[in-house]
Design a protein around this ligand. Structure first.
Ligand code: V47
Length: 401
């Protein structure tokens, strides 16, 4: 083929590709359009439900056409969930903020005995749980610091006591980091630790502590935590024992786009293996009162892009959560058009983000969450932790199984 013929062939191929993308897209209300040529082949593969590569991920992060990236993520989201957007009625409980890790990213953890440190007695933790119960929570979300002295039994008793008092409530407790720490303290394997937690009443695990898996970044933001491999291995073991979990990614600090893509693809690879992740939650770094306080906060555009890229790369995750407490209710609403299908729950009392400068409310009521979703043009569905829909009567709830 001469050089001229080759150029014509390439041009023809490209126009055909664009036509295919546009033809497929015309079934949608708004056709796919982009001024970023690099998104065209990505669009074609997204619409064919093909897996995206590492390089695609970097392009999605770097593209100047965020609306086109969002269009694609929204397309996938609507294929998976139609017009539904999920929320839940939950309560956060942070039994202690005492922590040996001293992560630079964190404003919540305190050294033992220092100003502002606290550890709840078990009765106090159970009372705290009850104090958000007026709307009949379906989930307790429990995470805390890595306390140097609290015995493993404290955590088992905490969970068992909650189950005894609130048998209908799903207990989503302890990040992979806490599990690994407690295992070491109790001189047990990860498997033994999780088996005991499950027997005490832990039903699933939250997604925290994943941060960014790349060692270079982890050494700076959370040097004393388990590394990325250990986080993934702990999740693998939990999934193997039938405990589902979430997965997070902390962005907006010192990581780069390649670190973010690497993080997402490691989650995707583990999900291929176990299928145990329920939802992905990108978490924006809040710098106030942390050792990285000189960094700026993320902007709305960056936050929305995380949701969209998460939806596009994590093709084997059912849900992408736009956590309203972290994103603000307004950005969470917009995220429901950029790939997100969940805004999390009532929360009631939040410490980790508020210690780091979050200005969002401590909690929202059920009707407030429904209003956010409805006004984003989506249909609110109350879910339990396992994404089963919840039907309420005046003073109780039932979960469709
Ligand atoms: O692991 C800590 C992050 C996580 C800061 O699974 C910070 O449903 C920003 O994991 N700025 C805890 N982020 C929260 C978490 C979570 C939240 C909501 C729902 C679920 C779920 C999980 O918060 C930590 C860490 O990654 N974090 N400090 C900070 N200054």
């Amino acid at each position: 083929m001469t050089g001229r013929c080759r150029s014509i062939a390439v041009l023809l191929h490209l126009s055909l590709k664009i036509m295919t993308v546009q033809t497929r897209a015309t079934v949608e209300r708004h056709p796919f359009r982009t001024h970023d040529r690099r998104l065209e082949s990505i669009a074609e593969r997204v619409l064919d439900r093909e897996r995206l590569s590492f390089d695609d991920g970097v392009i999605l992060y770097q593209s100047s056409d965020l609306l086109a990236v969002g269009w694609l993520a929204n397309w996938v989201r609507e294929q998976m969930h139609g017009n539904v957007a999920y929320f839940n009625v939950n309560r956060h409980i942070n039994p202690t903020n005492v922590c040996v890790a001293a992560c630079r990213l964190c404003a919540f953890g305190r050294k033992k005995g220092s100003d502002g440190s606290y550890t709840m007695a078990l009765e106090q933790a159970w009372e705290t749980a009850a104090s958000g119960y007026t709307e009949a929570v379906t989930e307790f979300h429990i995470v805390g610091g890595l306390h140097p002295d609290l015995p493993f039994e404290y955590f088992l008793d905490l969970v068992a006591g909650l189950k005894e008092r609130f048998p209908l409530v799903h207990i989503k407790a302890f990040t992979m980091v806490e599990v690994a720490f407690l295992a070491k303290r109790a001189k047990l394997s990860i498997t033994e630790t999780l088996v005991k937690m499950k027997a005490a009443g832990v039903d699933s695990l939250p997604g925290g502590g994943a941060e960014i898996f790349a060692d270079r970044v982890r050494h700076i933001i959370c040097d004393h935590k388990i590394d990325g491999k250990e986080w993934l291995e702990t999740a693998r073991i939990a999934h193997g024992l039938g405990l589902r979990s979430n997965a997070t990614m902390l962005y907006g600090h010192i990581e780069n786009d390649e670190d973010r893509v690497d993080h997402l693809l490691q989650l995707r690879a583990l999900q291929d293996e176990t299928g145990g992740f329920q939802t992905f939650i990108p978490l924006a770094f809040h710098p106030e009162n942390t050792a990285l306080g000189h960094l700026t906060t993320t902007t709305g555009m960056t936050d929305i892009r995380q949701i969209a890229v998460g939806r596009l790369l994590l093709d084997n995750f059912a849900h992408i959560k736009a956590y309203w407490q972290m994103m603000t209710p307004k950005i969470a609403q917009i995220s429901l058009r950029f790939g997100g299908d969940d805004i999390d729950g009532t929360v009631v009392e939040e410490k980790i983000y508020h210690d780091a400068g979050a200005t969002t409310p401590q909690g929202l009521q059920r009707r407030g969450l429904m209003r956010l979703i409805t006004e984003a043009g989506r249909e609110p569905v109350e879910r339990d932790t396992l994404y089963r829909s919840v039907t309420r009567t005046e003073d109780t709830f039932t979960v469709a199984v």
